[in-house]
Design a protein around this ligand. Structure first.
Ligand SMILES: Nc1ncnc2c1ncn2[C@@H]1O[C@H](COP(=O)(O)OP(=O)(O)OP(=O)(O)O)[C@@H](O)[C@H]1O
Ligand SMILES: [Mg+2]
Length: 258
């Protein structure tokens, strides 16, 4: 019998070279990483160090030019385009700096859309709708479900993105600077939502520039010129120790030349 994979996500010797440039640019290389089920991992590094590229290649949004990516033990690099889009729809949750919602749909329908697309049959569609309503309740946006997407705050929209990402019960929730466009109050709202998702068992990989956000993670890895050069492991985050952990992280980041 096949052994159950221990990691939610794993990559081995991952590399991405863009051949559209002359000469080709090797943006990330030699990345070995394993993300445990239920782990919250933050990825930091200077602008241009390859954080987004790494995230796109781990999440199946893009294909690496070298190495392997295993999502729940399944090698994404062997999948054809059809299988890959199914994985993206059903096994991967994505949150970006901006929410990318359809203006013609209200907040709830935007959240529900991918989960409905993934559902097979009426039973699964009804389950998806129930899940979405529970998530919206949990993340405090149930009352704006019928609002248009221009009628809610940036923090509410990002919480809606998190609901949308979690609605398919993904193996991993990927977030690329989810608070990058928010003020500090909204940043806290969104980080509280991600922390709550993590406490509820979600596996999260988040790129951020903000030490206060990275301090929420179980582990922070640092990327320099496309290579993972160091990492820092924390215990479970708590409100009381957030300040101390952030200070600790800032000191470490200074040592990295960040
Ligand atoms: N499609 C592409 N074609 C060619 N080069 C690219 C492409 N996408 C990104 N790059 C280059 O790869 C490098 C890493 O980009 P990436 O967006 O991954 O960095 P990042 O760490 O996410 O930066 P930031 O913090 O500014 O978001 C940059 O030099 C960028 O110009
Ligand atoms: Mg980026």
């Amino acid at each position: 019998m096949a052994q159950a994979p221990t990691a939610a996500l794993e990559c081995r010797d991952l590399a991405k070279t863009y051949y559209s440039t002359d000469p080709p640019s090797e943006v990330v290389s030699g990345i070995d990483l394993a993300v445990r089920r239920g782990e919250f991992l933050a990825v930091m590094g200077a602008s241009g160090s390859g954080k987004s590229t790494l995230l796109y290649n781990l999440s199946g949004m893009d294909r690496p030019t070298g190495g392997r990516v295993l999502l729940e033990g399944r090698d994404l690099t062997t999948l054809d385009d059809r299988e890959m889009s199914r994985v993206r729809l059903t096994r991967v949750g994505l949150v970006f700096q901006h929410a990318y919602f359809l203006r013609t749909l209200n907040v709830r329908d935007n959240i529900l859309l991918p989960a409905l697309k993934a559902a097979q049959g009426r039973r699964q569609a009804a389950d998806a709708a129930a899940r979405v309503d529970a998530l919206m309740e949990r993340f405090g946006i149930a009352h704006v479900g019928r609002h248009g997407i221009t009628q809610v705050s940036g923090g509410q929209l990002q919480r809606a993105s998190i609901c949308r990402a979690l609605a398919c019960e993904p193996s991993v929730l990927f977030a690329d600077e989810p608070t990058g466009a928010l003020n500090s109050g909204m940043t806290k709202e969104v980080m509280d939502a991600l922390t709550d998702a993590h406490t509820g068992g979600a596996t999260i990989v988040m790129v951020t520039h903000d030490p206060a956000c990275a301090a929420r993670a179980d582990r922070v890895v640092f990327l320099r010129d496309g290579r993972l050069v160091d990492s820092r492991e924390f215990g479970a985050w708590s409100e009381e120790e957030s300040r101390r952990r952030e200070d600790d992280l800032v000191t470490w980041l200074r040592e990295q030349g960040f």
